[in-house]
Design a protein around this ligand. Sequence first.
Ligand code: 3NM
Length: 214
Amino acid sequence: MFNKPSVYFIMGTQNASGKDPLKVLEEALKGGITHFQLREKGTGALQGQDLVEFAEKCQELCTQYQIPFLINDDVDLALAVGADGIHIGQEDMDCDQARALIGKEKMLGVSVHSLEEARVAIDAGADYFGMGPVYGTRSKADAKRPAGTAGIEEVISHFPDIPVFGIGGISPQNAGAVWQAGACGVAVISALSGADDIALQIAHFKNSYKGVLI
Ligand code: 3NM
């Protein structure tokens, strides 16, 4: 489920760079992403039934390619469409509450920024962490300042068994430091949704891991 190198694609309709978001997702699935998160945020975000229908289509595609489908910060939607899990940030609901609502089987991802947050999330049954922003990002309006990879290394040294994804401004060109820090994967919006050839970009991400092994 979290083999290295994982390439975790995150997207909402607002990230599709003018393309059909379902086509973007399918290209990414064909190209070898390992996880997908629907993160529908900001002005013009789908709501209500439109959002449910879009989420169902994402779920169908992910099922077809046997890739876990997670939903950002919307437990009701995740339960309604039978998603494989949810991802929550520190400003969202408590990890304990999220785990109680989704039950034991579904995946729980948590954004953490410190050892303390990591400890709380593990106690609540988190399955993986997202840590960032590693680099500057334009995809999250309220992103914190770029933190580099030191925090990832620290959390992995204390909790070696939990998979950690670096997130924020990651591209194949700068992913090396994220792999070096011990992350199991990169979580990416723009470097994939904005790529001319998404499959090639995924291959570049995977190759950036090989570069670290040499
Ligand atoms: N969370 P891109 S940074 C969704 O720091 C998200 O927790 C972040 O998009 C965090 O790959 C971020 O385009 C945006 O930089 C990632």
